[in-house]
Design a protein around this ligand. Structure first.
Ligand code: CAA
Length: 379
């Protein structure tokens, strides 16, 4: 057993850190205030290979592995949770299912633009009345000649506002429940796609969260991903990987807040001594760090399992569950250590607290992660 990153992963970590400190950290406050990640930053992250980290070079990817991807999302999220989820939703939820379930033709058609950041990817599973019950989708499709016609609505779509490439989940027969569901690759600039709204959120405000309507959206039959009737299984498999991305984002947010809290506790003096001299603060730091380290172990192990083609369903649920609860805990404690200053925007930990909360909710609420874990324990 080896708990050390190898040399390649260390080099990658250093180079991502340098980039983040130079290009992302100085923009994080503005991204939150403007509710937008500047296009130039998305372009720079694409140039760095962040949007296609673990896909083979033949499809325009960086040819790295899942652990590298986790490191990228973690390091980016230390400075900016919005940028972290842009990468995670794009990679895990859009490019990954095309890579895993797509034909060679589909991989060649869609992956180069996604890996280069020319198109930003998203995953359209959730609907106003189908959230945790993902099999309850009411977006319907039917075949007409050489096309599928899709009607319905989708909501809470991370990256949706870019109108790039989407994996759309729809049913052809609701009575078949999840066996009536299929997955499609959709170019969101197609006629029949309407943005209903971009949500105004508590956190990850630089990230688009978009509601859509599909009104006779027509796509070629060649855009069916995998087999008809297997779309729910594709969605579940996709989310298993996605949860490693969200765990990495949560881990990064927690680490970013911890770094600030540790530094502040050494600088801030009360009663003639730095506040880190008080055991009340020391115990907080110890608990925060312990949870961060356990989150990292779980997240990196889930990535390692995926890299080594072992089953990682339970591990991805566990790392997402633990890292997200760590992120909300650590950011809350980081604000407490900052006292009144933690509550004002300048110190950034209040933004991290707001950014952390969603990690307990999206890509399966933590209640759903507990369902996944306990089902496997009892099976
Ligand atoms: N991995 C692989 N396969 C799975 C699976 C998993 N984690 N969970 C279920 N399946 C498979 C089952 O094996 C079964 O397959 P077969 O029919 O081939 O036997 C099939 O799926 C149906 O399984 P269930 O009967 O258990 O399904 P269910 O309807 O009871 O639902 C659930 C199970 C775990 C609750 C599932 O609905 C679920 O994960 N819900 C949460 C959805 C979710 O995470 N949504 C987030 C959307 S993405 C997002 O957040 C937006 C964004 O842009 C970031």
């Amino acid at each position: 057993m080896n708990f050390e990153l190898n040399q390649d992963h260390k080099v990658l970590q250093d180079s991502v850190r340098d980039f983040v400190n130079k290009e992302i950290k100085p923009l994080a406050v503005k991204i939150d205030e403007d509710h937008a990640i500047p296009d130039e930053l998305v372009a720079k992250m694409s140039e760095m290979g962040f949007l296609g980290s673990y896909f083979p070079e033949e499809y325009g990817g960086a040819g790295l592995d899942m652990l590298s991807y986790a490191i990228v999302v973690e390091e980016v999220s230390k400075a900016c949770g919005s940028s972290g989820v842009l990468i995670s939703a794009h990679t895990s939820l859009c490019s990954n299912p095309i890579y895993v379930f797509g034909t060679e033709e589909q991989r060649n058609e869609w992956l180069p633009d996604l890996n280069s950041g020319k198109k930003i990817g998203c995953f359209m599973l959730t609907e106003p009345n189908a959230g945790s019950d993902a099999g309850g989708t009411t977006t319907m499709y039917k075949r007409e000649g050489d096309e599928f016609v899709i009607n319905g609505s989708k909501t809470f779509i991370t990256n949706g506002g870019y109108l790039g490439t989407a994996i759309v989940i729809a049913s052809f027969d609701r009575s078949l429940k999840h066996k009536g569901i299929s997955a499609f690759i959709v170019d969101l600039s197609s006629p029949g796609v309407t943005i209903l709204k971009n949500e105004n959120k508590m956190g990850i405000r630089g990230s688009y969260t978009t509601a859509f309507a599909f009104d006779n959206l027509r796509i070629p039959v060649g855009n069916l991903l995998g087999q008809e009737g297997k779309g729910f299984n594709i969605a579940m498999d996709t989310l298993n990987g996605g949860r490693i991305g969200i765990a990495s984002q949560a881990l990064g947010i927690a680490e970013g807040a911890f770094e600030r809290a540790l530094a502040y506790s050494k600088e801030r003096k009360q009663f003639d001594q730095p506040i880190c001299e008080f055991q009340g603060i020391q115990f907080k730091l110890a608990d925060m760090w312990t949870r961060i380290e356990t989150s990292k172990l779980l997240t990196y192990r889930a990535a390692w399992l995926k890299d080594n083609k072992k089953n990682y369903t339970m591990d991805s649920a566990m790392c997402k569950l633990h890292a997200s609860e760590t992120a909300t805990y650590v950011t809350k404690e980081a604000m407490q250590i900052h006292g009144g200053y933690g509550y004002i925007a300048d110190y950034e930990v209040e933004r991290m607290y707001r950014d952390a909360k969603i990690t307990e909710i999206y890509e399966g609420t933590n209640e759903i992660q507990r369902v996944v874990i306990s089902k496997l324990l009892l099976s």
